[in-house]
Design a binder for this molecule. Sequence first.
Ligand code: SAH
Length: 529
Amino acid sequence: MAARCMDRPFLLMQEQQSNPKKGKVYLVGAGPGDPGLITMRGRYLLEKAEVLVYDYLASKRLLRYVPANARFVYAGKRGGVKHTHTQEEINQMLVDFALEGKTVVRLKGGDPFIFGRGGEEVETLARNNIEFEVVPGVTSATAAATYAGIPITHRGYTASVAFITGHEDPTKESSNIDWSKIATGIGTIVVYMGIKNLPNIVSNLIDHGRSPDTPVAVVRWASTPEQKSVVGTLATIANIVADAGIKPPALIVIGEVVNLRDTIDWFEKRELFGKRIIVTRTREQASELVASLEENGASCYECATINIEPVEDYYILDEALERIDEYHWVLFTSLNGVKYFFRRLFEKGLDARDLKGPDIGVVGKSTADLLLEYGINADLIPPVFTGEGLAESLLDQGVEGRNVLIPRAVEGRELLPETLRGGGAQVTIAPIYQNVPPEGRRDELRAELESGEVDMVTFTSSSTVRNFLTMVDAADQEELERLMAGVNIAAIGPITAKTVTDSGLKVDVQPERHTIEAMVEEIIGFYHS
Ligand code: SAH
């Protein structure tokens, strides 16, 4: 027995020496921009990454899948702009992380092996005996064409397609591209990295026999809400691109298939396409509104205006919980009210069974749904989902002499408690959480507003309005109006709208039903009326 115990540390040491954790590098295609276009394998690997080395073109939205304690390395590389790391440095970095035993994900825009220098990266890994795997991605050429409404091949138009780089100067003597063959030998031609050389590329194709009338589309930031596309012919496109100020990253799609765009265009036809919308929200709130707006084509800037934090001292709630059976009603006016109430209840070793005495009322359907998750079926949901609605429903039942407990935010509205007190109830307000404006995002928000590109700001509660104004931090009313000039405002309901108008701003969109779905419908209606 004793001998076996002594053996073990030795065995362990041996194992460790002969079998240290080996690092591995995964070259993963991020897809063209829309984060939904990464492969399932790619996403799985992001979730397993210990080190992430990512590019300028890889969607930043994919970073959320990487564990927060992973090491994030931005490798940069953006045509024409100073590179953050040279290609050699990146190659070496991948080797070094792998030698440290790390699981490394090298995330690259589009497909790693299509003009992505992925080949060079894995060559270096192979030379250094590092294990690797390559996960293909949706390349930007197919995405740009598809999202611009162009089928890259089509039986009636073309049987061949070529992907070429426009990076090299087509006027140079020893070009790697045989323009005479490309010009007339291929149906659809897609050019990567060709914006700077566009005038040379088109004249080269024309000089080598392609008709100047061949249709051409240029697509920038394909598959993202910022996508911009223009259409012309080989003869006209260079001027059109220059006039529209289109800069990289963009792709050039050349060929008769471009004509199909008139019929097939679907992405840019979505109802909120091109609209820039600031969505103010609490950090905890699910981004349902953002998802729905983006589904309809809007480009959203998510602005967390509120952090929800627990109060430092729960003494009022604690006292109420000691004699909870003396209460006739417990009322929840927000999701966070439910969440923080139960958090405290559990901390005190209690649970839903201890709430069998009082009836439970909620302000609306989602609060009722959340409550159900904690094992409680609400006794009262008002027909109108507001504090007023809840107050009225209770008054209808009669509250004379009733004990009512309202667990809620420190800075909640007084309407409900006051109305109930007016009806003869004893009301205890138990503040259990507070809204705190987050630090540090002010400059970003100001820059958004100063850019003049924002079409709308949405507010889903009075606190989002108040905290937005705190964050904007306008010197005076005049500055606020200047920043908000041309920016429409959507408010989810009458209370939120009133907080907006009280600040001197105007509400343009206010749905009748106070739900995210109704709000999005109303926003679409607003832009199409
Ligand atoms: N490996 C990448 C290409 C990298 S080369 C892929 O498979 O897509 C960089 C060039 O790709 C850019 O100059 C641009 O021409 C093109 N590109 C990448 N993403 C793009 C996007 N979202 N929209 C338009 N062009 C894009």
